[in-house]
Design a protein around this ligand. Sequence first.
Ligand code: SF4
Length: 476
Amino acid sequence: MSKYHLITFGCQMNKSDSERIAAVLENIGYKPASKINEANLIVVNMCSVRQSAVDRVFGKCQKLVKLQTLNPKLKTILTGCLLKEDRKKFRDKFDLILDIKDLPQWPPILSKKHYNITTLQQYNNYLQLRPKYQSRFSTLIPISNGCDNFCSYCVVPYVRGRLVCRPAKEIIEEIKNLVKREVNPIRNMISNGAREIWLLGQNVNSYNSLICANAGTNLRKYSWKFAPKLAQIREVNFPKLLKMANDVPGDFWLRFTSPHPKDFSDELMETMAGCRKITPYLNLPVQSGDNKILRKMNRDYTAGEYKNLVKKIRKTFAKIRGKFPPISISTDVIVGFPGETKKQFEATLKLFKEIKFDMAYIAKYSPRPGTAAAKLKDSVSKQEKERRYKVLTEILKETALKNNKKYINKIVDVLPEYKKGEWLVGKTKTYKTIKIQMTKSKYQINAKIQNPKLIGKFIKVRVIKALSWGLGGELA
Ligand code: SF4
C-alpha cells in the first residue's frame, strides 16, 4: 500500500497548505503512514522566511538520505515557500521540487513511475482544493495568498507571489459547511461543527473581492462582456468579509491573522469590536520601534502612528465590549535589522514598555536572498542580536504577566485543545493558553471520563493562576 508522511515547517498558512497536500495524496490512494519509516512518499513542506527554518530542512535531509538507503523505493518531494536559491541548494536532495500553487497538477506526476516535471500545467487557484482538516473544531481557512507589500526583509512576495484573493462566496460557503451541526441518525449522534475559524492571509486587510449582489456570483468566472450590470456588483473588503462570516449561523469564534498596521481602518476596528464572534485578540506586527528602521523595512508607518493605532483599537473595544477582558494584543518584531544601533533598539524597548503587549514573536534578523534588505550589510553581530532578543523577552515577560494577573478570579470562556496528564490545555477568547486543573475541581470524580469529552467544546473556567506565558484555572 502507498503511504505518505508529511513534514511541515512554518506558519499557519503552511499548515493549511499541508491539509490540502494530504487531501490530494489521499485522493490518489495514498494513506497516512503512522511512522516515517513506513512511508514510501515523504513530502517536506518548507518555509524560507528565516535562515533557521531553511537550516532545519537541511537537518532533515540527512535523515531522508538514510531512509532512502534502507528503502530505495522511497520518493521525496520538497514544496512550500521556496526561494530560487533554496531550490538550487536542495535540487540534489529531493526526487522532486514542486510548487505548492501547482498542487492540482501533482496527481499525474505522482502516478507516473518516473516523475516528469514537464507535465506541470497552470491551474486555477490551488486554494479551491478541499483540504483534509487536521482538527474538527479549530480550522484554518486561507482567504488570500501572496502579498504586494514588499517589506524589505520579507520573502513572501517572491515565494508566494503577488496578492490573490479567494472569492468571498467560496470562503463563506467553507465556513458554513465547517460550523454546521451534523445529525447522524444511524449512530444517534449529533456532532458540533468547528468552534474556531482562523481566516488566514499574509496581509488580511488587503483582502478585496467582487461579488454579484443578487447571486453572490464570483465575477472572476466571467469575462467583463458577460458580467452582470455594474449596479449589481458589490465590493467585499476585509471588514465586509468579517461581517459576512460573523453572520453565518452557529456558535463559533472567528480569528484572523495577520493585518498590516498601515491598512488598519476605523471600519475594521469597529467591525472587530461590533461582531461578537470575532475574538478580542489581535496580532499586529510592529517589527521595530524606530522610525528610520521602519523606513528601511518599507513598513509605511511610524512608531507614533502604531502606538496611536493600538490606543484607538483598545478604546474602541472597551467602549463596545466593556472593560473585561481587554483586547489582547500580540506583535511580531525583528531585532538586529541591518544598521540597527543600540539607540534604535532602545526605541523598540520603549515601545514595548509603553504598549505592554500580551505576547510577541521576536525574530533575530537573518538576510534572505533576493530581498532588498539582503543588499544591506548585516552589521549587528550574532551575540548582539541574542542580547537584544533576551532584553526584549524580559520586558515582554513583565508586561504579559501584569496583563495576565488581571484575569485572576475571573470566569472566562475556553476552548480546550488537548489533554496533558491531568490537565486540559486550551485557549481563552483572548488567545491566552490556559491549563485547566481537573482533579481538584468539583468534577473530580468524573475527571478522567470528562477530560476527553471537553476537548473542542466551549467551557467556563475560573482563572486561579497567572504566569507570563499563560493562565491556570479550574472548571467554573
Ligand atoms: S506585509 Fe507581511 S507578508 Fe507582506 S511583505 Fe510585509 S512582512 Fe511580508
